[in-house]
Design a protein around this ligand. Sequence first.
Ligand SMILES: [Zn+2]
Length: 247
Amino acid sequence: MLEELDALIRISEIDAKAFRADTELKEIPERMGELQGDVSKLGELLESERQELAEADRLLTAQEEEINRQSQALAKSKAKGARASNIREADAVERELEAIRRSMRDREAERETLKAAIEKRRKSFEKHEKEFGELKAFAAKEQEKADSRLAELEAERSTALAGREEFAAKISGAVARRYDLIRTRRGGSAVSEIKGGCCSGCNMAIAPQQGIRVQRAETLEQCPNCQRWLYSRQALADEASEASADH
Ligand SMILES: [Zn+2]
C-alpha cells in the first residue's frame, strides 16, 4: 500500500478519536453551565419566596400589635364606663366599647386568615428549600463527574494525538492542507472506505476503474463527489498481513 495512503488512514482514525473527545469536551461544560443556571434560577426563586414570607411575618406582627392596642383601648373604655356618672355617659361608653370589639373581631379574623396563608406559604417554601438542596447536591455530584470525565478526555485526546506526528510526516504538505479542508467541510472525516462499490462517506457509486485503483492502493484516490480519500478494507487487511509476514 502507498505509504501516504496508509498514513492518511491512520491520521483519520486518530482524528476521529480526538474529534469524539473534542465534541464531548465542548458538550460537558455547556451541560454543566445549564445545570448551574438552573441552580441559580431556583436559588433566586427561593430567595424571593423567603422575602415574601418574612414580609408576611412582619404583617402578622403588625396585626398583633394592632390587636394589643385595641385591647388596651378596650380596658381603658371599660374603666371609663365604671366611672360613668349618668346613663348618657354610660351609653356613650357602651357604644365606644361595641365599636372597639367589632374592630377587634375584624382584626382577629384577618389575623387568622393571614396565619393560615403564612402556614401554607411556609410549607411550600420548605418544600422548595428541600428541592433546592437536592438540586444543589445533584449539581455538585454532576460537576465532580464532569471534572473527572474532562480530565479523562484530555488524557485520551493527548494520547490519541501523540502518534499523529509520525504519520503526518509521511504525507505531503499539499495533501495535509487538503485533508484539513475536506475534514472541515465534511464534518470531521476526510477519508472513507469503499463499500459495495460506493463511497461510504457520501454513498456515491465509484466508477469500476477507480474502484480497481482503490483496491490496488498504489495511488491516492479521491471520491469525485465528496473528495474524501478512498480506501478498501481488503487492501488494508492485505497490508496488515504483509506487515506481519515481514516480521
Ligand atoms: Zn464520497
